[in-house]
Design a protein around this ligand. Structure first.
Ligand code: FE2
Ligand code: FE2
Length: 215
């Protein structure tokens, strides 16, 4: 490809560090697309509702932190350049989700999870390890993770107060994007993971959702 860039190992490490900081530092991820919440009216939620929605959006935000880390880990170790660039494109779309969720959390007078660095590290390791084994496994992880994320999103959409159209708009657009990411990963040759692996992943995600709803 004519416009393909070549980075040295040191360049790659710096890019990884930059991506990690942009994911973990508050207000540092600049979205490529405006938030779908922008065109929706703000509604007054009572204190209990606002706390609950902030908890849900915090879980989604950490999910996006994990997605960032997974993609970054993979882009470090993916063997085929096409896989690497496909992953980078998806990671850019996750930046939107990350920024939209954070913005909504702040609007609800709350903050992202304090556990984000921990989950970033874990997911980065999983992504890098999967990429080292094979691109098929690596892409399979994307597909399985996105499936998991879609399940959370469905669950959260069911839990949102009817009047919170801003949060709803964000989660609905995210669901569209995540479905696409899962489909792209499978089309690119991703392995369909067997049920036990998926079960393990859903246990891990349960730990994440239970902890980050509050912390
Ligand atoms: Fe996402
Ligand atoms: Fe995604």
């Amino acid at each position: 490809m004519a416009n393909e860039r070549h980075y040295s190992a040191a360049d790659r490490l710096l890019l990884q560090a930059d991506a990690a900081l942009r994911t973990l530092l508050p207000f540092s991820g600049k979205p490529y697309r405006p938030s779908p919440a922008q065109s929706e009216p703000e509604t007054q939620l009572d204190a209990g509702q606002a706390r609950h929605v902030a908890g849900l959006m915090r879980v989604n935000h950490t999910g996006e932190v994990c997605a960032q880390a997974l993609y970054q880990g993979q882009s470090l170790t993916a063997q085929l350049p096409q896989v690497r660039s496909a992953m980078e494109q998806a990671a850019n779309e996750e930046v939107d989700h990350l920024a939209w969720c954070e913005q909504r959390i702040r609007e609800l007078d709350s903050r992202p999870s304090l556990l984000n660095p921990l989950f970033y590290g874990l997911s980065f390791g999983i992504g890098a390890a999967a990429g080292l084994i094979s691109d098929r496994i690596s892409l399979g992880f994307v597909a399985a993770t996105e499936d998991q994320v879609c399940k959370h999103l469905d669950d959260h959409l069911g839990q949102l107060p009817e009047e919170d159209r801003k949060s709803r708009a964000i989660l609905e657009q995210m669901r569209i994007d995540e479905r696409q990411h899962a489909a792209t990963a499978l089309e690119a040759g991703g392995l369909r993971f067997p049920a036990p692996v998926k079960f393990g992943m859903s246990l891990l995600s349960k730990v994440m959702t239970k902890t980050t709803y509050r912390i």
